[in-house]
Design a protein around this ligand. Structure first.
Ligand SMILES: Cc1cc2nc3c(=O)[nH]c(=O)nc-3n(C[C@H](O)[C@H](O)[C@H](O)COP(=O)(O)O)c2cc1C
Length: 188
């Protein structure tokens, strides 16, 4: 089984990175695991030409968007960790998905075909807003909604969501949150 961890915070010791590092350690024991630091990928923004719809491939010159697509296609389990930026996923992760529309869904006549069926996803989201304000679509609720929109279009089954709100008190709750994050990983 192959697991791909998409790590989307620029803060190496922040909430998302800390939780993903603990998950990576356990995932490496159970599956063939790869971690991608999405912020360090070279991904040009989508130019909106929609040529990828018929061609199934982005026409822009080869960059990490094409390479990351192969990693996603090859994974059975996707662990996606993103901080909330303006009620949404981070810009580099958004660019990665924007550049890979046909990896996710394909227009076949009048139907939209989900292209990632059979894959499972686990989501880790962090935000400063405390619960219950974190649920708002302008806060972490929007980050989760964005990820659900994309993954559901691909037919990916979301198996677990951990939303860490009130991130400034993370240190106090760290060990408990690490246990919850690791517990979301499916058995081998
Ligand atoms: C550009 C930017 C936008 C942000 N927008 C929000 C937001 O809309 N809602 C929120 O609760 N926190 C927001 N935050 C705070 C981060 O989501 C929060 O600090 C998060 O825990 C950082 O995660 P990390 O430690 O994994 O990097 C924002 C932070 C930045 C840098």
């Amino acid at each position: 089984m192959k697991c791909l961890i998409l790590s989307c915070s620029p803060r190496k010791k922040g909430v998302t990175s800390t939780l993903l590092t603990a998950m990576e350690a356990e995932a490496s024991r159970r599956y063939e695991t790869t971690r991608a630091d999405v912020n360090s990928l070279d991904i040009k923004p989508c130019i909106g030409c929609e040529k990828c719809r018929p061609d199934k491939r982005c026409i822009l010159p080869e960059d990490d968007a094409h390479r990351a697509a192969e990693l996603i296609r090859g994974a059975d389990i996707l662990v996606i960790g993103s901080p909330t930026y303006w009620g949404n996923i981070t810009a580099p992760l958004k660019a990665l998905f924007d550049r890979n529309v046909p990896l996710i869904e394909y227009i076949d006549g009048w139907t939209l075909k989900p292209m990632l069926k059979g894959k499972r996803a686990i989501l880790v989201v962090s935000s400063d807003a405390p619960f219950p304000f974190s649920l708002l679509s302008s806060q972490a609720g929007g980050t989760i909604r964005a990820l659900k929109t994309i993954l559901k279009a691909g037919g990916v089954s979301i198996k677990g969501i951990l939303s860490v709100s009130g991130a400034e008190t993370f240190e106090k709750r760290k060990e408990r949150l690490i246990r919850r994050a690791v517990a979301m990983l499916p058995a081998k």
